[in-house]
Design a protein around this ligand. Sequence first.
Ligand code: SER
Length: 878
Amino acid sequence: MEFMTTAEIREKYLSYFEGKGCKRMPSSSLIPDDPSLLLTSAGMVQFKPYFLQQKQLEEPYVGTTTVQKCVRTNDIDIIGTTGRHLSFFEMLGNFSFGRYFKKEMCAWAYDFSVNVLGLPAERLYFTVFEDDDETIEIWKDLGVPEEHISRLGEDDNFWRAGPTGPCGPCSEIYFDQGPEFGCGSPDCAPGCDCDRFLEYWNCVFTQYDGQEDGTLLPLPKKNIDTGMGLERMAAIMQGVQSNYDTDVLRSLVGVGERLSGKAYGDDPEADLALRIIADHSRAVTFMIADGILPSNEGRGYVLRRLLRRAIMKAHLIGIEGPFLNEYVDEIVRLMGDVYPEIVENRELERKLILSEEDRFGATLRQGQSFLEEALANLEGDVLAGEEAFTLHDTYGFPVEVTREIAEARGVTVDMEGFERSMAAQRERARAAGAKDAEAAWSTYGGVYADLLKELGPTRFVGYEATSAEARVAALVRDGERVESLAAGETGEVVLDVTPFYAEMGGEVGDTGLMDNGEGHVYVLDTKAPEKGLTVHSVRCEDAPLAVGDAVVARVDAQRRAAIERNHTATHILHAALRQVLGEHVKQAGSYVGPDRLRFDFTHFEALTPEQIAEVERVANLRIMEAVPTTIYETSLDEARADGVTALFGEKYGETVRVVAAGEFSRELCGGCHVGNTAEIGFAKITSESSVGANLRRIEAVTSYGALAYVNKVEAELKDAATALRVAPFDVAERAAANVKALKELQQKGKRAQGAIGGDAVAGLLAQVQEASAGYPVIIARTEVSDGGQMRNLWDVVRSRMERPGALVAAAVAGGKPVLMAAGSDEAVAAGFNAGAVIKAMGPAIQGGGGGKPSMAQAGGKNAEGIDDALQIARDLIL
Ligand code: SER
């Protein structure tokens, strides 16, 4: 056998099947267009609609061929312990949707193996599904000796992507690595768990559509789905026994050797870590490039787990500090030409990984202290399995690390308990997954899928016009097809042609009217429940609507124009954000409505006010340049080559629509846009916030919306100015001064209150009475240390009285009687006169004093006379 690089095998495979009439298609994203799957795990995933005859492959192709990036983590714990299992791998495949079948497939697989790769025929073994005599005959006819063919059961030779969907019996091809790699058992044969027989090619005869109840419905046509593990084939062609010794993965192991100073092959523990990091780093890089962000659920959790496992392993072999980007650089160098997305998203990969490394550093420290505490509180010398599980689940501590640390202290871990907790979690995850799968396939059924099949896609003319003549092709009411809707009824309408844009890509659906000559039908919303099928939600106003009716369909053009302004503004803001913040900014979601827009993007910290101002400045600069927008169709490859921004994690067909506003913003987009950026008028960012780890959101308004926003801000400012009695632009200064003054006052009040004591104040406040002149008044004895405190007392009491009133207080301070009377403006206006009251009270304490109507004090010699003095006041006032 001739040595071949991974790149050579990949290319030979794809061109071989191209030569057989298969169309070479790109790998699909790791985020499957199929809600029944978390991640793309096989080459056939993107072809499910073809197997189900929902999509047709164009003539004259006989099938397709791809190299598909795949992630599988069901056996994550085995990864690294064998040379065969990987979380990320490339799968070579060819697929037929009813055009070629077993006979051709087997002949080509044999020919490719023996004549193109040069594998010795005597080292090839074949398995077939237990009752598949036909395939046995086909292999025999190709010259395979009978003793190299064996039958295996459902577990090995019946392939399914999930609990339901396209599936079928399969035939697998194995390469005999030699008896020296075997287990030595007399039963050792293809299918055995040992390393001797390496399965490298799975040929599935996809004939069934598995139903939820387990029945297998025959598919309309007989299909082929094959998958060859590229890394496994590279190992064979490079004469090595492990994937990690092949060109690409060995280079990555080399990165770890360099960073850790450990030589691969010296120490089994370090080797395991080097393999795991080499494997996981590829999965991480490709997942981020396809738009997956680390999180605590779904595929984001898979990503986080892989990242953390890699970091943990690196920690174990002495790699300190952020290191994963060294791997990413090497992956980009090795694989960037085949998968340009990992190059395009390099900045995002770098920043996300750094941020996760940082975050996990903190988690790791927390986990370590959790473990320390658990060990310190331990009674006996066995750590409970649940504790190890918590460490694994919450802190991302692999159990072997927990064991290692525990064992160093003479403590063992209850592994059975740990496994029990793990199994319970797996069960929970499985149950959740099954539910997802259920939801997924049910979307393929239903009335809309039937309508799409029957009527084909709706012709959309709404880019050019906001009204069109159309015919009612179908009506639906409460999920059932009907022939007509009566006046006053609501339902859904499918037209043959429509100017109404169906909600998609963040842009809301159009609203408007249909007119059938007899009356009006209001279109309340427009959606596409099946891709390509436009469904209008309507209410018949004053006439019925029937299938076959000719209608004039008119979009609310003003509302649409507002949506268009916001949509083009979204693109311009996106480009401005990238310019100001960096290339790591990727769109993660958007909402484009008539009144406002929202844009979510990847970024790692809050924007500063200066950054927001700069984004706004750059965006408005482009708007005011009055650039005409251009919209054109091109191939996905060409658009990518031109550097057009493709949306993160989005699926595109081969022909794509580019929306450009000059050179500044070019995006793939199916939405509605203005003809010239000047129509946007003015864009204003109204808020910036966080919407999750590493995700920020801005909200903005444009044109009339921006005007309304600015007017509102101005009106608020004017109101504030009026309240503060200053000019609008002095509001900030005055408000700041007022806040300062208020703070001082509060502090003063607090000091006074502190000196007086809350009890004294409360005691006085409990004694409010009504003066005969109609204001509240307190006439009471109290406790103070001097005359100054008496005055402070009034400050506090007046601020706490429910209505403005007066206070007449008497106390003994330092053995001497003191009197104080004070009143609010209101009390004084009602006739209260502090000076007069004090004057009248003075003789009772053998003293005197006086003051103004609002405040007066007196001192005296006879402390015994206080009660008499107070009685005099009562007589005067009450
Ligand atoms: N779908 C099959 C597999 O993944 C063959 O491509 O093995």
